[in-house]
Design a protein around this ligand. Structure first.
Ligand SMILES: [Zn+2]
Length: 471
């Protein structure tokens, strides 16, 4: 996406300065987080201890020290009790509805894709399953401190409904693929579906609809370019799996037609004119130095999924080189059948482990750099760093509070290390998205959990019955 000028943020900052109230007259805000150790993740690495974050409407009105408490008043003041406040985390790659199938086929099944994934999807996928499972996944994400998730699946309007209901952000790509699927009986019918989905959801405060051609080996150039054209016309992102497999060139040659001799997957996509700044590419493992230059020039966002790539034995991404070369890189988990857990906290440790192992260098990805990937990096990959990713005046109020008193987080000598390498998802106490409290002290405030639980257990009961036929 074209980068928006930072003017909106500057204006908001100026307004904040102009609005400095005379002594005695407190300014109204909607929500104040006080007494926090604030990791702002701004460009200069500002850490405030104790720090205060003031939220008005959907945005951050002020970030600073305790003096802000005299300047602002709000009905809701959360005393963080010394816990760590930081930007909400961004999960750049997922397939939320597949949480319905999580844990199946885990016991050494070699052809898991064909023996479990495809039969399960073929037999069981429906609007209802996608809606309920997406809600389950979004609940898990909100509780783990993820405030934005990028997703690729079918019936993405149902995913949108559930993500919006739970109250986190979604960049949600409707899948375009070359065979009949649950929401499109015609091959590539996802494109028309995406067009309707985008028309229905564009402009929603939490949901950014998108189009998601599945991968270069399932979508030929014509449909890749038609997907890109739709996205350009509507000003929405394009999501894809890219350079995920060592044999991806052979897969393209086999399924799509001849693959140009000597090309890489990235150069093939560049040559057909597919790459653009609207693109968010997942995996991006098999890329050489030239590919990386192309991706940088085209401002392609990259979702790095070290945990899923390791688990699925698909390869190890040169993420450190891409990071050092200034590419826009964030973290993702991939779907819950590939990664199981959906929190970004654990992915940070995997990102460090992979980069350090590949380079034989234990200094790669410091804790602060890992937290950067999980927040600002994700926002930059989506070209939304002007509104998301850090706690700065004028940006959207997406923040989380992490329990600094938890045994596994203690001691907090270096808060970046305590969070990036130490925290578990259940250490996230509070999640605020777009200025709204979604989770407070580990309680999800947005969903009727009893009603959801009835739907979820009915669904998993049906899945369990069907799964017996696959063993
Ligand atoms: Zn994926």
């Amino acid at each position: 996406m074209a980068r928006r000028p930072a003017i909106a943020r500057l204006l908001a900052a100026a307004a904040g300065l102009l609005a400095l109230a005379p002594a005695g007259a407190a300014e109204r805000a909607d929500l104040i987080v006080s007494n926090a150790l604030v990791l702002t993740m701004d460009g200069s690495g500002t850490v405030l201890e104790p720090g205060v974050v003031v939220v008005r409407g959907d945005s951050i009105a002020a970030v600073g020290g305790p003096e802000l408490l005299a300047r602002y008043e709000a009905d809701t003041v959360l005393d963080a009790g010394g816990d760590i406040a930081m930007p909400g985390m961004i999960n750049l790659h997922n397939h939320l509805p597949m949480v319905a199938f999580r844990g199946l086929g885990e016991n050494g099944v070699a052809d898991r894709l064909f023996r479990f994934f495809f039969p399960l999807e073929k037999a069981l996928l429906s609007r209802e399953l996608i809606r309920t499972a997406s809600r389950q996944a979004a609940i898990e994400l909100a509780l783990s401190g993820v405030t934005l998730v990028a997703d690729m699946y079918y019936h993405e309007d149902e995913v949108a409904r559930s993500v919006a209901e739970v109250g986190i952000r979604g960049v949600l790509g409707e899948t375009v693929i070359g065979f009949p699927v649950v929401d499109a009986p015609e091959p590539f019918g996802g494109l028309a579906y995406a067009e309707r989905f985008i028309a229905e959801w564009k402009g929603h405060p939490l949901v950014t609809p998108a189009v998601a051609p599945h991968a270069p080996y399932t979508v030929p150039p014509e449909w890749l370019l038609r997907s890109k054209a739709l996205a350009e016309r509507e000003g929405v992102p394009v999501l894809i799996h890219m350079a995920e497999f060592a044999h991806e060139r052979e897969l393209i040659a086999e399924r799509i037609g001849a693959f140009p001799a000597g090309a890489s997957v990235v150069r093939y996509l560049e040559d057909i004119g597919f790459l653009s700044d609207a693109l968010l590419a997942a995996h991006v493992i098999y890329v050489d130095a030239e590919d990386q230059q192309i991706l940088k020039r085209r401002d392609v966002g990259i979702a790095h999924n070290p945990k899923a790539n390791g688990r699925g034995n698909t390869g190890m991404s040169p993420a450190w080189e891409m990071f050092e070369n200034g590419l826009d890189l964030g973290l993702g988990t991939d779907g819950p059948m590939s990664s199981n857990q959906m929190d970004v906290l654990d992915v940070m440790t995997h990102a460090a482990a992979v980069a350090r192992f590949l380079g034989g260098d234990a200094t790669r990805f410091t804790p602060r750099e890992l937290l950067y990937l999980a927040t600002v990096g994700g926002a930059r990959a989506l070209d939304r760093e002007d509104e998301l990713g850090s706690l700065e005046v004028g940006k959207k109020a997406d923040l989380v509070i992490v329990d600094a008193h938890a045994p596994n987080v203690q001691p907090v000598y270096d808060p970046y290390a305590s969070v990036a390498l130490g925290a578990y998802p259940e250490n996230v106490r509070t999640t605020i998205v777009n200025g709204r409290l979604v989770v407070r002290d580990r309680v999800l405030l947005t969903v009727d959990m009893d009603a959801h639980w009835r739907e979820w257990t009915a669904l998993t009961g049906r899945v369990a019955e069907f799964a017996k036929t696959l063993e």
